[in-house]
Design a protein around this ligand. Structure first.
Ligand code: DHB
Length: 391
């Protein structure tokens, strides 16, 4: 097999890249170890930055998003006895859109079907070769058990933190930075109307809680829990009681409505950046190069921003022989990656309860400043609603 761009991974980064390349006349083949139904059902964050929505809409992926996405002006930031609304639209002129990654993945899948995109699901033993030459390739065993070699001009790793792409960069050519956090999230989906119009980010002595949503009938909520938490120890009742306490049920007349829990999982929290995002004819995008903790919902938006930079760079390289943008890709993308890495770390460490009483005092001082000061609010709003793609 031969193509121009071999894309490893059919998550949002891989499929969006194939979509953007196709629009500009560059062909690609995608390989994915998981099944299509697995990829389309995995639950991730659901907040799209302003520039993510603009990009998706401008490339013909906005139909469902416009019909079903839920525009939000801002968030509530709260701690016991206090709830403050931050209005991003007033502060920085742009808001965010609530739209689940599962919905976006389905939109991308439909668009790729319509274009006749070649995607190999459920492949095994994916390996990347000759990345330091102009003739790289990807080998894999296809779903029928046949060994395949995909020759390409460029390979793009969109295969997340556990895929083979990052590891294909020689160890002496890459450097990584990492922070693990001493807590996790217990996330639930529930068939109940959200109890709030805007997301609530709540600091509480028992631990952080977040009230998010997916639609008028589905709520998404999270609780800070210790690392190693066993879901079996969290009955539905215990989950709803903890959410009610931390989110301030009963305060100022606000109530939290519980409902049937349809999905639950414990999510680890990690910051990770691997540099550079390019080695020879291999480019990395999304979680293959960087992981953010979920607070602030930057993971998907960062993946989209990477691909938005990478697609025109590959078009210039492969159609016009112009390497300028491809050569700048890693440096340009990493500027935004580190900005979002800082923002996610800042939101995480401001809101999660730690065992250090001094830190707890600093968190309160920080929260009070952010909520009370226009400068503080604006800093949060600018980062949360998202910086321009080319930042
Ligand atoms: C969601 C996840 C987040 O990490 C966040 O900061 C906001 C919302 C979500 O899943 O809806």
């Amino acid at each position: 097999m031969r193509t121009q761009v071999a894309i490893v991974g059919a998550g949002p980064a891989g499929l969006l890249l194939s979509h953007l390349l196709h629009r500009d006349g560059v062909e690609s083949v995608v390989v994915e170890t998981r099944s299509r139904s697995y990829v389309e059902s995995r639950i991730r964050a659901g907040i799209l930055e302003h520039s993510t929505v603009e990009l998706l809409t401008s490339v013909g992926l906005g139909e469902q998003l416009t019909a079903e996405g839920d525009p939000h002006r801002g968030i509530y930031l709260q701690w016991p006895e206090e709830r403050h609304h931050l209005d991003f639209v007033d502060l920085v002129g742009r808001g965010v859109t609530v739209y689940g990654q599962t919905a976006l993945q389905a939109d991308l899948g439909r668009a790729r079907d319509a274009a006749g995109q070649e995607i190999h699901y459920e492949v095994a033993d994916t390996a990347l070769h000759d990345l330091g030459t102009e003739h790289p390739s990807v080998t894999f065993v296809d779903g029928a058990g046949n060994a395949q070699r995909l020759e390409a001009d460029v390979v793009v790793g969109c295969d997340g933190s556990f895929g083979p792409s990052r590891a294909a960069v020689p160890e002496d050519r890459r450097r990584a930075w990492e922070r693990t956090y001493p807590y996790s999230w217990l996330g639930i989906l529930a068939d109940v109307a959200p109890s709030t119009d805007e997301l609530i980010y709540a600091w509480h002595p028992d631990g952080f809680a977040l009230h998010s949503m997916r639609s008028a009938k589905v709520s998404r909520l999270y609780l800070q829990v210790p690392n190693g938490t066993d879901l079996a120890e969290w009955s539905d009742q215990r989950i709803w009681d903890a959410l009610a306490t931390r989110l301030g049920h009963g305060q100022g007349g606000w109530t939290l409505s519980p409902g049937p829990i349809t999905e639950r999982a414990v999510l680890p929290m990690r910051s990770f950046v691997s540099e550079p995002m390019r080695y020879g004819r291999l480019f990395l995008a999304g979680d293959a190069a960087h992981i953010v903790p979920p607070t602030g919902a930057k993971g998907l938006n960062l993946a989209v921003a990477d691909v938005a930079l990478l697609a025109p760079a590959l078009v210039a390289l492969l159609r016009r022989g112009d390497p300028t943008l491809a050569d700048a890709y890693s440096t340009t993308a990493l500027r935004r990656v580190w900005r979002c890495t800082h923002f996610s770390w800042w939101m995480t460490t401001m809101l999660h309860t730690s065992s250090d009483p001094f830190e707890a005092q600093l968190q309160r001082a920080q929260l009070e400043w952010v909520a009370a000061s226009t400068a503080g609010q604006t800093g949060l709003a600018e980062n949360y609603a998202g910086l321009p793609i080319g930042f």
